[in-house]
Each structure stands twice: as structure tokens, then as C-alpha cells.
Design a protein around this ligand. Structure first.
Ligand code: 2AM
Length: 190
């Protein structure tokens, strides 16, 4: 049976992406920046739930349940905020604003996936972040996190949740990044 690699995400709107892009471009000049794998700007997102490979036959139920999760959640304010890192492996920007609602939406997306039959066995504790760069080896990311630490984006109203398909690179070309495409999206609230 064929399957799709999927995750549920909040996508920042273009003005927020451009603010972040300007802030991140300053990091590219720091020592060691060229040894990091920077995520592609059009791919920037906040993951709510990572589904992994989902059998195609589960999709109708998944769509119905995610639509319901979206409908039950009112639009909420969010902004890009500061920087952090997962050890020496990943650099990210965080979120501020109605984080309780973001978490609630993440829980609802997770529950929607489980109830649709997605095993959700790669579950991680939810920690809102937008990954900016990754490193294959343990790297000191502190200078990058410090340089971006004061970043505050303009708040926007999250009005939509997206189911995103991740197409992993098949070429084997080192450094090639996954391609993401929005598979479906639903408006929040009624
Ligand atoms: P990351 O940015 O921290 O790597 C697409 O891969 C998205 O799903 C990314 O945001 C990635 O988080 C997230 N992701 C990948 N594997 C995951 C997992 N096992 N659990 C939770 N999120 C995951």
C-alpha cells in the first residue's frame, strides 16, 4: 500500500517569514555558519504533530478529524520569538503569544491522527519551534542562538492549520533538502 510522509503544522505568513529571513541572514556571516545545513525559507513551519508515513487509506478519516480539530479551535495570536537550540544539533526560533492555544491545537492534531489509525509512535514532547539549521555533528550553536536571542517578530493571527507532505530527497545529493507541499488545510474556528 502506498503511504505519504505527513506532519500537521502552522505556517507563518509571508511578512513574518521575511522578518525572520532578515534576522537569520545576519547569522550566515558568523564563523562556522557554512558548516550548518540551513532550512529552506519556503519550508519554515511550526510542527504541531509529526505523523510519519501514513497509509493512503487512512486519509479520508484523517481529513475529517483534522477539520474538526481546526473548527473547535478559535484563531489565536502568535509571533516568532527568540532563539534556542537542541544541544549541538539544531538551531531554532521559538513562538510567543497564545501558546496555550497552540498546545491545545497540537494535542487535538495528535488525537485526530491517533483516532484515524496513525500509530504516532515517533512521538516527542511538544516543544514549539521552527528549525532554522541543523548540524550533522555536535557543534557549538550558542553564538547563533545568542545572536538571534533578541529577535521578536510581529504578531499575526493564526487562522489555519495545514497538513503538509514531506518528500525526502531521493537523489542522494549531499545537502539536498526535503520538499514540502501543503496537502490540505483547514480554517480555525467556525
Ligand atoms: P524538527 O524541525 O525539530 O526536525 C518535518 O520533518 C517536521 O516534522 C519538522 O518540523 C520536524 O521537526 C518534525 N519531526 C520530524 N520527526 C519528528 C518526530 N519523530 N517527532 C516530532 N516531530 C518530528
Amino acid at each position: 500500500m502506498s503511504s505519504l510522509r505527513l506532519f500537521v503544522a502552522v505556517l507563518p505568513p509571508e511578512p513574518a517569514v521575511q522578518e525572520l529571513r532578515r534576522a537569520v541572514s545576519a547569522l550566515h556571516a558568523l564563523p562556522g555558519a557554512d558548516r550548518l545545513r540551513w532550512t529552506a525559507v519556503p519550508n519554515w513551519h511550526f510542527t504541531l504533530a509529526f505523523l510519519g508515513n501514513v497509509d493512503e487509506e487512512l486519509l479520508p478519516e484523517l481529513h475529517t478529524r483534522l477539520a474538526r480539530a481546526a473548527r473547535r479551535t478559535e484563531p489565536f495570536p502568535l509571533r516568532l520569538h527568540g532563539a534556542g537550540r537542541f544541544g549541538g544539533r539544531a538551531l531554532w526560533t521559538g513562538a510567543a503569544g497564545a501558546l496555550d492555544t497552540l498546545r491545545l491545537l497540537a494535542e487535538r492534531a495528535d488525537a485526530a491522527a491517533r483516532r484515524s489509525g496513525v500509530p504516532m509512535d515517533e512521538h516527542r514532547r511538544y516543544s514549539p519551534h521552527l528549525t532554522l539549521a541543523r548540524s550533522r555533528t555536535e557543534t557549538d550553536l550558542r553564538p547563533f542562538a545568542e545572536a538571534l536571542g533578541g529577535f521578536e517578530g510581529t504578531s499575526w493571527q493564526v487562522g489555519e492549520v495545514a497538513l503538509v507532505r514531506s518528500n525526502l530527497p531521493v537523489s542522494g545529493v549531499s545537502g539536498e533538502r526535503p520538499r514540502y507541499e501543503v496537502h490540505a488545510s483547514w480554517a480555525l474556528g467556525r
